[in-house]
Design a protein around this ligand. Structure first.
Ligand code: PD2
Ligand code: ZN
Length: 283
């Protein structure tokens, strides 16, 4: 199914709904509920040409945010101040909805997160699997740990900054995850949303709903390798200490072009902290 095969009536309806301010995520669900296949619903949204974003590049509507994103007032400036902290906007992309940020974390904050996480690292061999339980994940060869939300003053400060930057409540965020990649370790390309077709997903969604955004914060600069790649966008984001990449996805679908992976580290270590944002309160 391609955008060209979508009937004019369906396309008009999608256009009218988007123009009226309806979110692509809600439209996608409405189309599935009405019996449309995922391919048709996807193609109908893509026919708008923006990947269903419906907002200016990288921004959320401040009056009614439906997705996490930079506030609209950041639209034409290369630097914003968030909670008193200057952040550079290095790259903005419409599809995927993505921004690359410089100086999101200070050197002290990077080192602080590493030292708070280090003793608690475990092999990242488990992911939430089809049944909602833990399974071996051969795609990820790093070590990792999760902080509880607000667990330390440093976590609290970073979570407040993320919430202010992306116009998304602290309550809708998972606790910070820290990953350490040794030389050779990688994270194969994947999507961060929960696959609606997997049997365990309904149970996961009961706590906070879908993931709608990911912020990967780089805690160090690997000697070689370790970039975050977006194969569907032909985009590579280099891991630089204090920098971060944020991307949002308004529906759990590859059409968001948010397939991403961590390229193998070729020399040195790579440390990142990841913050996942949910559509509702994650309690
Ligand atoms: O460390 C990364 O670059 C990376 C790549 C893909 C992190 C994640 N995904 C993640 O934490 O989801
Ligand atoms: Zn990921």
């Amino acid at each position: 199914m391609t955008a060209e095969q979508i009937s004019p009536a369906l396309r008009d309806w999608v256009d009218a709904q988007l123009a009226a301010g309806q979110s692509a995520r809600v439209l996608f669900r409405a189309m599935l509920d009405s019996g449309w296949s995922r391919a048709v619903a996807q193609a109908a949204l893509d026919s708008g040409g923006t990947g269903g974003a419906g907002f200016p590049v990288g921004c959320t509507d401040p009056a009614e945010p439906r997705l996490p994103g930079l506030p609209a007032w950041a639209d034409h400036r290369g630097r914003i101040t968030v909670e008193g902290h200057p952040v550079d906007i290095l790259v903005r992309c419409e599809w995927p909805r993505l921004v690359v940020l410089g100086g999101f974390l200070s050197p002290d904050e990077c080192e602080g997160l590493i030292s708070e996480a280090r003793a608690r690292l475990r092999p990242s061999e488990t992911v939430v699997g089809d049944t909602g339980g833990s399974e071996v994940n051969a795609a990820r060869t790093s070590e990792g740990m999760f902080f509880a939300r607000g667990e330390s003053p440093l976590c609290h400060r970073i979570e407040a900054r993320v919430a202010a930057l992306l116009n998304w409540p602290v309550s809708h965020g998972e606790g910070l995850q820290v990953l350490r990649y040794a030389p050779g370790a990688q994270y194969r390309p994947h999507h961060d949303y929960f696959d609606p077709d997997l049997p365990g997903t309904n149970r996961i969604l009961q706590r906070g709903g879908q993931r709608v955004g990911t912020l990967v914060m780089y805690l160090n600069t690997p000697e070689a390798g370790g970039a975050t790649t977006f194969p569907d966008a032909g985009l590579t984001v280099h891991a630089v200490a204090g920098h971060a990449v944020f991307f949002a996805y308004d529906r759990p679908d590859p059409g968001t072009r948010t397939l991403h992976g961590g390229a193998p580290v070729r020399a040195g270590e790579k440390w990142v902290a990841t913050k996942w944002l949910r559509e509702g309160p994650f309690a």
